[in-house]
Design a protein around this ligand. Structure first.
Ligand SMILES: NC(=O)c1ccc[n+]([C@@H]2O[C@H](COP(=O)([O-])OP(=O)(O)OC[C@H]3O[C@@H](n4cnc5c(N)ncnc54)[C@H](OP(=O)(O)O)[C@@H]3O)[C@@H](O)[C@H]2O)c1
Length: 320
């Protein structure tokens, strides 16, 4: 009996001590890769979608610190202005500018692009970062299922409208923030807008697979232009992304120690945007600032081509 109590007491003391000792190592492992590049970005113009919070905001802060002119493209101007003024004050870079962009409305995307092209002569880096996850079934202003509409079609149209400026400013980079969740996705051409069946977790996965396939086909088409396109997984990050799910919000809080901070989550985006060794690397997928495994569906060139033409049809554009 005494032995039993002794073992229980030993465990009660040693487990917390072990956890306390291991905590810094666990945190370092969770934090993942860091962008080690010290590249300066003076004279470079960058657009980051959804940069008022989370990963996008930390990406904007880093690029502003490197001297870039950073356009924060967001749907909520008040939130975006608050983020921009915080970044301006902290980095001393006054060229952090807010522009209105709602990726759930093609009219807003066209207005954003029109104003940008009228006001800015160059564009060196486009970071398609904004995203929604686990939304209850809803549609964008143009009738697209919300995940596919914002995460894929919105960025597809934005890239199309800005591509000539990227080509004129080359060398230039397009960075698409996808996710490990792309492994669970498939492109359901027969029901792209989830009208026959809808699962909000899967809808997110499908849209993130679309990000990977778009990157692949875009990179293929951009060969020889000095404009590169890469996709990435930022890691599991403590951000507002889980806001539509009560359960996920609590899980994210409880296990926050095992999640990346937004700064840590931004490292691979920054890496893809600035790393010198990626100057001519295109069509790749990164995680923790290194190449990562793409699911077989994410490497399916036929689906990538079909998704491209279906996206053009839905958006009413011709993109050869
Ligand atoms: N967090 C993770 O664990 C994780 C993992 C893998 C991939 N990712 C990807 O990382 C990217 C950034 O996510 P995050 O974690 O930083 O999430 P977040 O904190 O929720 O930030 C998402 C950003 O997207 C913006 N956004 C949403 N809908 C928009 C629309 N219709 N038009 C314009 N902007 C819109 C949000 O604006 P509002 O603030 O106005 O809503 C916000 O600025 C996403 O593409 C996400 O899929 C994240």
């Amino acid at each position: 009996m005494l032995n039993c109590w002794g073992a229980a007491l030993g465990a009660a003391v040693s487990v917390p001590v072990l956890l306390f000792v291991a905590a810094p190592y666990i945190r370092r492992y969770v934090a993942g890769g860091r962008c080690k590049s010290t590249a300066k970005m003076e004279g470079k113009v960058v657009i980051i979608t959804g940069a008022n919070t989370g990963i996008g905001k930390e990406t904007a802060r880093d690029l502003a610190r490197r001297g870039a002119r950073v356009i924060i493209a967001c749907r909520d101007i008040a939130k975006a202005e608050a983020a921009a003024s915080e970044i301006r004050a902290e980095t001393g870079n006054q060229q952090v500018i807010v522009k209105k962009l709602d990726l759930a409305d093609t009219k807003s995307i066209r207005e954003f692009a029109e104003k940008f092209l009228a006001e800015e002569k160059e564009l060196h880096i486009l970071i398609n970062n904004a995203g929604v996850m686990l939304c209850p079934y809803s549609k964008t202003a143009d009738g697209f299922e919300m995940h596919m509409g914002v995460n894929h079609l919105g960025h597809f149209l934005l890239t199309f409208l800005l591509l000539e400026r990227l080509k004129q400013s080359a060398p230039a980079r397009i960075v698409n923030v996808s996710s490990l969740a792309h492994h669970g996705g498939r492109i359901r051409f027969h029901d792209l807008h989830g009208e026959k069946s809808y699962n909000r977790g899967l809808a997110y996965c499908h849209s993130k697979l679309a990000n990977v396939l778009f990157t692949r086909e875009l990179a293929r088409r951009l060969q020889g232009t000095k404009v590169t396109a890469n996709a990435l997984h930022p890691g599991s990050v403590r951000s507002e992304l889980v806001r539509h799910s009560f359960v996920m919000t609590w899980l994210w809080k409880i296990f926050s120690f095992f999640l990346k901070t937004p700064w840590e989550g931004a490292q691979t985006s920054v890496y893809c945007a600035v790393a010198e060794e990626l100057d001519s690397v295109t069509g790749q997928y990164f995680s923790d600032c290194q190449p990562a495994y793409i699911s077989p569906r994410g490497r399916d060139d036929e689906t990538a081509r079909k998704l491209w033409s279906v996206s053009c049809e839905l958006l009413g554009i011709q993109w050869d």
